[in-house]
Design a protein around this ligand. Structure first.
Ligand code: ZN
Length: 333
């Protein structure tokens, strides 16, 4: 049996910051969170280093007993050097060399991954992707981020460090404008934020529509949750939009299946929150977009970690760092 290594994970979100202490077999020993809105990195970094030390000591361990730490942080970031560049909702965290800071403070090896890659690693090591050689994780949240495991390795970096940006595959030439500046991106059709903006646009001046009524007449409250309710109530506008979302999902997922031939496509947030109503229509459209053999070999499943994924993401980044630097020493069970 392989040794169960102790790992630290830091999850730096747009609004929250969490620390997890866990093991390479996926046991969570302790967790800590704080709100991360309008915070200054020069105050927060010493605080999280101190918290991490406290958590390690509480387990009767010393920092030297922790094999590595991992940081899961939002795009955009310089993952190679471990610098947060301009995280959403947190302008004070621009150009923060968080990897260097924590390496100096904790004096243990560490790694930095973007949050979608970290989540993919968490599903791979501890969740629905256990044992897969090839899998893709899609965040299916406000945006569409992805992490690709191919031939037993996380795909990252690339010539311009943009590998794995699945949300910006073009699914419609000259299509809807995406927040990235391109037209017709997958995210512009299926990302939660883009869908909400589209509904607000299309339903403005239509207070009688079911979606506006479900949102209490407040366009700001129009979101995927409201859309799901309207779909369940068979509202024609909602059904048509839902159908288009499924078609676009199938189109992008079909590309991934043909290109990567994964054993599993693991879907985050919306897929597990909504369930079969979300995934069944996607499966129905999939034969239009990919070959039969790779399609039949690929299971489309929801995240197994669900809400817990953020507490495992930094820990998974730490474990992957050890595996990549030393071979598969501490992987999974
Ligand atoms: Zn885009």
């Amino acid at each position: 049996m392989q040794k169960d290594l102790v790992l630290l994970g830091f999850d730096v979100g747009g609004t929250k910051l969490g620390i997890g202490l866990g093991t390479s077999s996926g046991r969570i020993l302790d967790g800590w969170r704080m709100a991360n809105v309008n915070t200054r990195p020069e105050e927060v970094l010493p605080r999280i280093a101190a918290e991490a030390r406290r958590m390690v000591e509480k387990q009767g361990l010393r920092m030297e007993d922790v094999a590595a730490f991992g940081i899961s942080a939002p795009f955009p970031a310089d993952a190679k050097r471990g610098i947060m560049l301009d995280p959403p909702n947190n302008p004070l965290w621009r150009n923060v060399p968080i990897l260097e800071y924590l390496s100096d403070a904790l004096k243990i090896p560490g790694a930095f991954e973007n949050d979608a890659n970290s989540a993919a690693l968490a599903e791979w090591f501890f969740g629905a992707g256990k044992g897969c050689e090839n899998m893709v994780y899609l965040t299916m949240s406000t945006g569409i981020g992805g992490g690709i495991i191919a031939s037993g390795r996380l795909i990252r970096g690339g010539a311009a460090l943009s590998a794995g940006e699945i949300g910006h595959l073009c699914v419609q030439v000259g299509g809807r404008k995406c927040s990235c500046g391109q037209e017709g991106c997958y995210e512009a059709y299926c990302g939660g934020r883009a869908v909400a903006l589209r509904m607000r646009e299309e339903l403005s001046g239509k207070p009688e529509s079911m979606i506006m009524r479900l949102a209490g007449g407040d366009p700001e409250k129009v979101d995927m949750i409201v859309l799901e309710k309207a779909v369940r109530a068979n509202d024609p506008y909602a059904l048509a939009l839902w159908d288009e979302i499924a078609l676009r999902n199938a189109q992008a997922m079909g590309m991934l299946i043909n290109m990567l031939n994964p054993e599993k496509l693991i879907l985050g947030t919306l897929a597990w929150a909504v369930g079969d109503l979300y995934t069944d229509p996607v499966k129905k459209y999939l034969p239009r977009f990919c070959w039969k053999e790779p399609r039949e070999a690929c299971a489309i499943v929801s995240s197994a970690l669900k809400r817990e994924i953020s507490s495992c993401a930094g820990i998974a980044a730490a474990l992957n760092y050890l595996n990549e630097s030393e071979g598969p020493a501490g992987r999974g069970e």
